[in-house]
Design a binder for this molecule. Structure first.
Ligand code: BT5
Length: 258
């Protein structure tokens, strides 16, 4: 890891550390958390050599073209409310994408921000209960800002791809951090009704038949929405309703191409 520099940004009152290159911001913030770092500790990287998604997948981004951020939260809230957090993060990112591109941004369960079906951002929230009490959460946000189309995976887009404009990554990040602080204040106070309504309104593929894939098992149903606790609500083909907590959503009932 190159040594961290402080940039002119704070998150929850703590200066954001800026690192040119590291393995994964998730890993470094988790390590700082384990050594007692305060809430708000955050790292922005220009480049990751082992950027992570969920379930062992990779997050890839050419150097200096995207927001690669992790931050530490220690909310003193009951564990059953934590399931909402990744959607609330996605709402913050969706708002930023809309503000900077003028395009509508949707949330694909469980953690993608899409414009016209293309993935512009992915968010993560890794939760631990180190002392059995207050949760320790490392959030991760990858947002493609000035990534050229040819450098993106299939089905992905950046702010630049969406508008053709150049962007100041730090200005976009400043806007994102302000939104995250406001959202987190509401989340800590249990005052998320409006944010939750927005998460539900932004949910992609509502009313469509989708396939949820997890560990090779498929569940097909019509997407009904989100439960108040953060599960995906599906109506299965036999008419029963099911709440789903994890997996990958594939649009349409067809099997995945191999
Ligand atoms: C996610 O996982 O979408 C969460 C990604 C979180 C990344 C941030 S970057 C800062 C922090 N540090 C980390 O190491 N991670 C977090 P998932 O739903 O599993 O999606 C992963 C999939 O997204 C990959 O398998 C690719 O198909 C796709 N993908 C990879 N890089 C992408 C990119 N730059 N833009 C759009 N899609 C991408």
């Amino acid at each position: 890891m190159t040594s961290p520099a402080v940039i002119d940004l704070t998150f929850l009152g703590v200066p954001v550390r800026h690192v040119e290159r590291l393995a994964s911001t998730m890993e470094i913030v988790a390590r700082l958390a384990a050594s007692g770092a305060p809430e708000g500790t955050s790292i922005l990287a220009d480049e990751q050599s082992a950027g992570r998604g969920r379930a062992g997948r990779a997050w890839t981004a050419p150097a200096g073209t995207s927001i690669l951020l992790s931050a530490l939260l220690r909310p003193n809230i009951p564990p059953e409310r934590l399931g909402q957090l990744s959607f609330l993060l996605a709402v913050c990112v969706a708002r930023v994408v809309e503000r900077w591109t003028g395009r509508s941004a949707a949330i694909k369960w469980p953690n993608d921000v899409l414009v016209d079906g293309m993935k512009v951002s992915g968010v993560l929230a890794r939760v631990r209960f180190p002392d059995g009490g207050t949760p320790e959460i490392v959030i991760g946000i990858g947002l493609n800002v000035t990534t050229p189309p040819a450098a993106l995976p299939t089905g992905a887009a950046s702010l630049l791809c969406l508008t053709g404009h150049e962007y100041d990554r730090i200005a976009v990040l400043r806007d994102l951090l302000t939104g995250l602080e406001t959202m987190y204040g509401a989340f800590r106070q249990g005052d998320v009704t409006a944010l939750w309504r927005e998460a539900t309104d932004r949910l992609a593929y509502v009313g469509e038949e989708v396939r949820i894939v997890e560990d090779g098992r498929d569940l097909i149903g019509t997407l009904l929405g989100l439960s108040p606790a953060g599960a995906l609500r599906l109506r299965l083909r036999d008419g029963t309703e099911r709440e789903v907590w994890s997996g990958d959503l594939v649009r349409g009932p067809r099997p995945l191409a191999t």
